[in-house]
Design a protein around this ligand. Structure first.
Ligand code: GSH
Length: 208
């Protein structure tokens, strides 16, 4: 059994979606980030950087933190959404999500959604970068069915919950036809719908 330590955020949803996709049984242990539960000693023992998500694979006695590492672990364990042949292509798009798409959209959330009016520079900077990310993903998806090629992989699973915050971004997802096509296709997957609502059962991927 897998225990998922998580919260209702895009990084948290990556793993619940993956677990639903591979049909693994899992139990969710909620970490209340607003209350600072990520800094409690017990949690720090499994998450040295005090961040969700983390999983414990109780059957194998393995603890893993960092969503990209967790996705690779689950993909290799299940043999799904990742493969040796396409590994380099998948890793590129997964790492791009981890190091660029997620952190930049996350900053955009901070300045544009949570703290508007506090920093014109921050708002403009991360709005521009986020718009650029939409354009770059759209360009990639103009020549490729999914991010890493023809197949749906962990690179898409990692990126989807971030684009699912598009209403907060105010960039206009529908202006980006290829990204919208990709988003619609993924948001209709049964496992994605289930994984998206892992903490709040009314939480559905917003329409494009
Ligand atoms: N690179 C990490 C980022 C995880 C992350 O930023 N988690 C946030 C919630 S989405 C968190 O736990 N924040 C609490 C904190 O930093 O205090 C991953 O992908 O797992």
């Amino acid at each position: 059994m897998i225990e998922l330590f998580s919260a209702n955020t895009p990084n948290g949803k990556k793993i619940s979606i993956m677990l639903e996709e591979i049909c693994y049984k899992f139990k969710v242990t909620k970490i209340d980030l607003d209350k600072g539960e990520q800094f409690q000693e017990d949690f720090k023992r499994i998450s040295p950087l005090s961040k969700i998500p983390v999983i414990i694979d109780h059957k194998k006695n393995k603890t893993i933190f960092e969503s990209g590492a967790i996705l690779i672990y689950l993909a290799e364990d299940s043999g799904k959404f990742y493969n040796i042949k396409d590994r380099i292509e998948i890793n590129q798009w997964l790492m791009a999500q981890m190091g660029y798409v997620g952190p930049m959209l996350g900053q955009h959330h901070q300045f544009h959604h949570y703290n508007p009016g506090k920093s014109k520079f921050g708002e403009e900077r991360y709005f521009r970068i986020s718009e650029r990310i939409y354009k770059e993903l759209d360009e990639r998806l103009a020549v490729s069915n999914f991010l890493a090629g023809n197949d749906y992989t962990i690179a898409d699973i990692a990126t989807f919950p971030w684009i699912a915050r598009h209403e907060w971004h105010d960039i206009g997802l529908s202006k980006f036809k290829n990204l919208t096509r990709w988003y619609k296709k993924i948001s209709m997957r049964e496992a994605v719908i289930k994984g998206f609502s892992f903490i709040n059962e009314n939480d559905l991927p917003p329409k494009p």
